[in-house]
Structure formats: C-alpha cells, structure tokens
Design a protein around this ligand. Structure first.
Ligand SMILES: [Zn+2]
Length: 247
C-alpha cells in the first residue's frame, strides 16, 4: 500500500528514533517542510547514513504509507555542504539558517522560493570566511538570510519611514509589534537602533547573499539586527531559535 514520490530536499534536523533509526526534518520545494523516517541509518552498514546529515542537499525516494511520516527508500546526494560542515564557525551560521527555515515555515506549505534561497544560502556558507571568535549568530550572512526569510514569510520589516506615524524620521528604534522602524516621538517601548544598523539591514535585504558573506560585520549593527530578528520571531511566531541563544 502507499505510494513512492521523488523529491529534492535539504536536511534541516535529524533526531534519534529508537535503536537505529532517525526522524529527519526536511525542506522540499513543492511540499515545504516534511518529516520522514530513515530506517537503520545509525547502523555502520547503513546504505545512506552519511548522505543524510543535517545541511545535506539530496534527492529522495520517499514511501508514503498510511502513517504521517514517510519512509526514505533511496537517496542521491546532490551537495553535502562539506565546506559549511567542516568548520565550527561556518557550521554555526548554517545551522542558524536551517533552524530559521524549520521554525518559520510550517508543514505542507510548499514555497519553491524558500527552497531556492536555502540552497543558495548553504552554497555561500560553504565558502564563508571563518570569523572566530565572533558569534555565528551575528554573522552578516546569517542575518541577511533570516531577513530574506522574514520577507518570504510575509513579515518584511518596514525600514523606510516611521511605521507608526509615517514620518521620515530620523528613525531611532524598531517596534516588533508593528514590524518596523520608528521615529523618536514614537519610540516608546521600541528597541534602540543606530542609524548604521538601519542602513545595514536595508542593504542585507536588498543585496545578494554572497555580498553579505563578504561584508565586514559591524559588531553593534550585528547585535542590534539580531535583537530585531529575535523580537520579530517572538512577537509574530511565538518562538525563539535555540541556535541564536547563549554564547
Ligand atoms: Zn513616528
């Protein structure tokens, strides 16, 4: 019973299931986020263990039975993203992006543009300069990718004028509730933002991801942009990213 489908996918997360199996959280172009079981993957002789690591870009054969989760019956590796995986800093950046996709986009909502952005983000992360001892959470590439995801999710931050009164500014803060920058008169309760942070966010949104990878991270702008993202996730999605917490 059931049917087998073929789909491209990126592995966002891999969780243990029983003795030898794993549940994978995958992002696909046409079906959005899906869960699937990889049986026997933790055995040393597994046919596709190494091909289903987090960040792997694969083509899958997926058997859909009566249960909610499909079972993976075949894997072709398209890109292992080894570059991102082999360096702790780059891995940190890539995992922030993977978790943001996981939390922002629900199951059963296909969005090929999100998939294309994710695939591109991981390609750029493979060649990212390693900025140790900075935190991956404030890396310009991680920030730019999350801003683009918010745009694709319908939460594009409004940065051109005061989101409360429509005034030109100067803009001095960010209000998560209304999702935009605010002027001094409307700044009560907002996050304070330096002018360089607002300019930086506009550029990260407008420019290709590869230019974010080359950008020199202004530390204060990075921290403030991260605070904006965190506030938007909390206010609009009700979640926090584990990969952004701590260190
Ligand atoms: Zn205002």
């Amino acid at each position: 019973m059931g049917r087998t489908v073929k789909t491209e996918a990126v592995v966002l997360r891999s969780l243990r299931l029983g003795e030898a199996d794993r549940v994978l959280h995958l992002y696909t172009p046409d079906r959005g986020r899906i869960g699937a079981v990889a049986k026997g993957i933790r055995r040393t002789k597994s046919r596709f263990g190494a091909r289903l690591e987090p960040l792997s870009h694969v083509e899958l054969l997926l058997h859909q039975g009566t249960g909610e989760l499909g079972t993976i019956t075949g894997v072709d590796l398209l890109d292992s993203h080894r570059g991102a995986r082999e360096d702790a800093y780059r891995l940190g950046v890539a995992l922030v992006g993977a978790e943001a996709v996981l939390r922002l986009f629900g199951e059963g909502e296909g969005n090929p543009r999100v998939f294309a952005a994710l695939a591109r983000f991981l390609e750029v992360a493979d060649d990212l300069p390693s900025r140790v001892p900075e935190r991956p959470a404030v890396d310009p590439l991680a920030l730019a990718f999350q801003l683009k995801l918010l745009w694709l999710a319908g939460y594009l931050p409004h940065l051109e004028s005061c989101v409360e009164c429509g005034g030109e500014g100067p803009l001095v803060g960010f209000a998560a509730r209304t999702g935009g920058a605010v002027c001094r008169a409307c700044a009560a309760g907002s996050l304070a933002l330096a002018p360089a942070t607002l300019r930086g966010m506009e550029q990260l949104l407008r420019r290709p991801l590869v230019e974010a990878a080359d950008a020199s991270g202004d530390v204060r702008a990075g921290r403030e942009t991260l605070a904006v993202l965190t506030a938007l996730y909390e206010f609009h999605g009700g979640f926090r990213l584990r990969t952004l917490a701590g260190s």
